[in-house]
Each structure stands twice: as C-alpha cells, then as structure tokens.
Design a protein around this ligand. Sequence first.
Ligand SMILES: *Cc1c(COP(=O)(O)O)cnc(C)c1O
Length: 231
Amino acid sequence: MTIDDIPTRLGQVQDRLLAACERAGRAPDSVALIAVSKKQPAEAIRAAYCAGQRIFGESYLQEALDKMAELTDLDIEWHFIGRIQSNKTRQIASHFDWVHGLSDPDHARRLNDQRPPERPPLNVCMQINLSGEDSKSGIEPKRAAELLAACLAQPRLRVRGLMTLPAPCDEEDGQRIPFRRLRELRDALASAEHPLDYLSMGMSDDLEAAVLEGATHVRIGTAVFGPRPYN
Ligand SMILES: *Cc1c(COP(=O)(O)O)cnc(C)c1O
C-alpha cells in the first residue's frame, strides 16, 4: 500500500457505494463519502483530492490543524469526527465545516459562542450511543431530544442529523440493527423546522449495511487510505 494506490482504492470504495445504492434503490448521489484521513500524511489527502475527493474527516485536532496548514491551496470540506474536548472547541469551531461527534450540551454552547462570525453556522450531527457501552461515546437515545433542544437554541449551529459509531459486527444483518435504530430515532426527532436530513453512519467494513438503512454520510478511512500507520 502506497500513496500511489489511493486513486484505485478510492474508486473501489465509490464502486461499493454505487452498488449499495443500487441494492437500496437509492440515487447514487444520495450518499456523501467522507475520506477519514486521521493518522495519514498530508500527501495522502492531496492524492485523494487529485482523484476528485473533496470531503475529509479528521479525529485528532492538532494533527488536523498541521495538515490543514499544508493544504491551504486545496478546497476541502473538513469534518471533525473525533471526541470533542472542552478545551479544543474554539479550534474546532474555527477550522471545521462539520462536527459529527456532538453529545454534550455544554460543547454545543461553546461551539456556538466560538464559531467565528465571518463563517456560516457550524453543521453538527449529534452522536448517539446505540451499543449501550459506557466506553463508547455518544448520548443515550432517551436523552437525544434534550440535546437537540440545547443545539436548536444555538444560532451559530445548524443541526443536520445524527451520527453513530456502533460496536463492530461481522455480518450484514447484525450491522444493520444499530443503523436502523439511528434512522428510527431520527424519524422520531425530526420535524418540519428541523428535518435532520443527515445520517452519518457506516465505515470501511459496514458501509453497505449503512447505505441500506439510509446513511447520507459514510466515514471511510482504511478502505481509501490503507491501514493507519501505528505510532
Ligand atoms: C476512524 C474512524 C472512521 C473510519 O474507520 P475505518 O474503519 O478506517 O473506515 C470512521 N468514523 C470514526 C468516528 C472514526 O474514528
């Protein structure tokens, strides 16, 4: 696996997405691919960009800022998909277009207050914990309405939908269960004023299951960039 393989791998992921959309009877452009570039060098992002990729996801703030500084010539839409820490909200609000892991009303207030006035409202997805494990981040489904209300009170945030990161499962029927629950929770929370159109779910090993259950954003790292270097 080298940087030269990235265009081919990106094409393979796009083919998987197309096939999944076809199986699901969905339009091919109804699912956006977020290329998850955490732990990958800036050159890997540039290679994917040259192959047409525009949306990138990062999990570690300082690493992301370093790469952004190297890639200012590229027109990238940056998504923060990592765990949010209170002392990092200002930088997240300043440098990203989307935040996927919002699960704390206090973080919502901070991101709102710290979003630079010259930038459009920050797009957010609320992260829901559907595996019920304490170790996994995200808010419990029964508290999602409360978090939504806290987010809707923030004019500098735009709540776009829900995100989940389920425990791994190796067969498709099992993979679909948490994704279906996320969609059903979205249907229950959505209204005309806040349609919550977006479902951020699906990674390298379960993107087909996610598309079948209505994903609008899949977050794909390994399948695009290869294994993450260990450090
Ligand atoms: C790392 C990560 C991904 C990508 O995972 P892959 O299995 O490499 O595709 C997706 N979402 C989140 C939140 C991640 O942290």
